[in-house]
Design a protein around this ligand. Structure first.
Ligand SMILES: NC(=O)c1ccc[n+]([C@@H]2O[C@H](COP(=O)([O-])OP(=O)(O)OC[C@H]3O[C@@H](n4cnc5c(N)ncnc54)[C@H](O)[C@@H]3O)[C@@H](O)[C@H]2O)c1
Length: 349
């Protein structure tokens, strides 16, 4: 019996695979590598390069490995891109997500852990945000995740599909061998580190007049290894007959952009210049989780998520892997990643 991890070559997925394997779980990865990195998954893990919407491939994997549960992380996950290209997001995240859930049900797989997001809440009416807070996403990415949440809830009622939807806040940090590498990179911490390394001249800070103590936006950063552990706990919870659930994964502590930069100066010992830019529309001043339900339901709490440790781990990963993940092109030559950034939202993802 094995666990199917979709999106296992991505940032959170690869760390989740690492965590599951460390606990002796048997894992199979399905990833189309549109955003992931083949070297992020160990060679001895069965790996299928393909899309979650490919029903024939899914049926083959489920049969071949006797899949008992699925951790579904595969998605496109850039807020700004989803505004510019909503069709891609609804096709990839929703249409393919529907195909995946249909294929799993058809094959008799009835346990799913789903990567959802704080972006399903949109502009919060109250902070810290609770699971029953109003959900009204401010972008197509958030809607694509909310639609899958609704689908899972209906399939639970109608077909007995048991799921845990984990609403992550801002994933950050690295393990020894796996870290964050998106191209382009829209997330704050890897971009701050890139500035510390001299790869970019400054950190763009979007807005300094928010109603927060230093005027910059506040987010809840959660170490990727803590997120990975929560997936394992959610799986165990479902295996023990737990009911379907929606759970926030965050620390309950928020840090402003300026606090992140200040902590990064300490962690790296480097200068980190920044420049104030106008705020982006739809970027709320404060997004912080109330994660008490995850603690009550899963017995989970973040262990590595103090901001300085998060930034140190990300910094150390970049120092150990200065070129990030490196892949080979058809000629066998090593291809280095392009280090580029966008001004996409570092906020709700
Ligand atoms: N990183 C965060 O802070 C954050 C926050 C909230 C939620 N999430 C969610 O967590 C999940 C993982 O995020 P991440 O940061 O690791 O993203 P990522 O882009 O690093 O990983 C996603 C992986 O899914 C793969 N993929 C995408 N569409 C696919 C498809 N149709 N079929 C097969 N593979 C496909 C990509 O190739 C990639 O390897 C996503 O669902 C994202 O929405 C992430």
């Amino acid at each position: 019996m094995a666990i199917l991890v979709t999106g296992g070559a991505g940032y959170v997925g690869s760390v989740t695979v690492e965590c599951l394997r460390a606990r002796g779980e048997v894992v199979v990865v399905l990833d189309n590598l549109t955003r992931g990195h083949r070297p992020a998954v160990d060679r001895d893990v069965p790996f299928y390069e393909g899309s979650v919407g490919d029903r024939a491939l899914l049926a083959h994997i489920v049969r071949e490995y006797e899949i008992e549960s699925c951790i579904h992380l595969a998605a496109l996950a850039c807020v700004g891109e989803s505004v510019a290209e909503p069709a891609q997001y609804f096709e990839n995240n929703v249409a393919q997500g529907i195909a995946l859930m249909g294929g799993l049900l058809q094959a008799g797989v009835r346990r799913v852990v789903f990567s959802s997001t704080c972006a399903t809440y949109g502009e919060p009416e109250q902070v810290p945000m609770q699971e029953h807070s109003r959900q009204w996403p401010s972008n197509p990415y958030g809607w694509s995740k909310l639609l899958l949440e609704r689908l899972l809830d209906s399939y639970n009622t109608a077909y007995g599909l048991k799921f845990v939807a984990l609403r992550y806040f801002n994933a950050a940090g690295a393990t020894e061998n796996r870290g964050e590498q998106h191209e382009p990179e829209s997330h704050l911490i890897p971009n701050v580190i890139s500035v510390a390394l001299g790869e970019q001249p400054y950190v763009p800070v979007f807005g300094d007049t928010y109603p927060t103590p230093d005027g910059t936006a506040i987010r809840d950063y959660i170490h990727v290894a803590d997120l990975a552990t929560a997936h394992l706990r959610a799986l165990e919870y479902l295996r023990h007959g737990g009911n379907s659930n929606f759970l926030n994964l965050g620390t309950g502590c928020g840090f402003s952009v300026m606090e992140v930069i200040e902590n990064a100066r300490q962690a790296t010992g480097r200068q980190i210049p920044f420049r104030i830019h106008p705020p982006r529309s739809g970027d709320p001043p404060r997004l912080v989780a109330d994660a008490s339900r995850a603690q009550a339901v899963l017995g989970w709490k973040p262990m590595r998520s103090d901001l300085l440790s998060i930034i140190r781990s990300a910094w150390e990963w970049r120092l150990r892997h200065p070129r990030g993940y490196v892949t080979q092109d058809e000629t066998g030559d090593l291809v280095q990643r392009d280090l580029v950034t966008t001004e996409d939202s570092p906020a709700a993802r």
